[in-house]
Write a protein that binds this ligand. Sequence first.
Ligand code: AMP
Length: 215
Amino acid sequence: MRIILLGPPGAGKGTQAKVLAENLRVPVPHVSTGDILRQNVKDSTALGVEAKSFMERGLLVPDELMARMLSERFVKEDVSQGFILDGYPRNLAQAKTLEEIISQRGINIDFVVYLDSSESVIIQRLSGRLVCSKCGANFHIKNLPPKKEGFCDRCGSSLYQRSDDKVETIKKRLEVYKKEVADLIDYYKKQDKLYRLDADGDANVVLNQIIALIK
Ligand code: AMP
């Protein structure tokens, strides 16, 4: 199963992708371009150093850098059974790059789930989001507080707030997203691959809707 999760920051793409990736009949990797970039920033790789200033400002990392990063990810064997892609493509040029990269492996995207969410819900979710520094699990200051303040329920590691989850940066990320998304929606609609879901509500409800789609 080769799925793209599309949608604004804070729509729950990462949360849904993590659960889905582990629970499909044949488990597949969750490929999150944001996670790969954050790991590169943490490790101070050349890519991380270049990407950091864009990420901190809520801007897109240049397409050429992203294309190189994605090509490197898609030569790994684990994607041969499928994947759930989260955070890529972010614009039409990236959608075309993705198609080129995966068609070299003789594969194509099965479908695209567009998780749609309203601005007020996104800001509320992201400004209270806490992320585990080790396993990446997400919590929320109000909606999903960890059992022990500051620590992950799953693995016990410390939680942190992403530097781009400040209200001003969230607004910038949304602005960038809105500018590009219409083209992407059009692109996948024309291919008859796009399914829109309302992602404002409960994450479990959305998850069940995605599972129903897959079935
Ligand atoms: P995310 O975790 O998907 O919200 O991504 C966090 C940040 O990483 C974004 O605000 C961008 O700066 C960068 N990023 C992630 N994916 C992409 C992409 N496909 N193209 C450009 N920048 C990206």
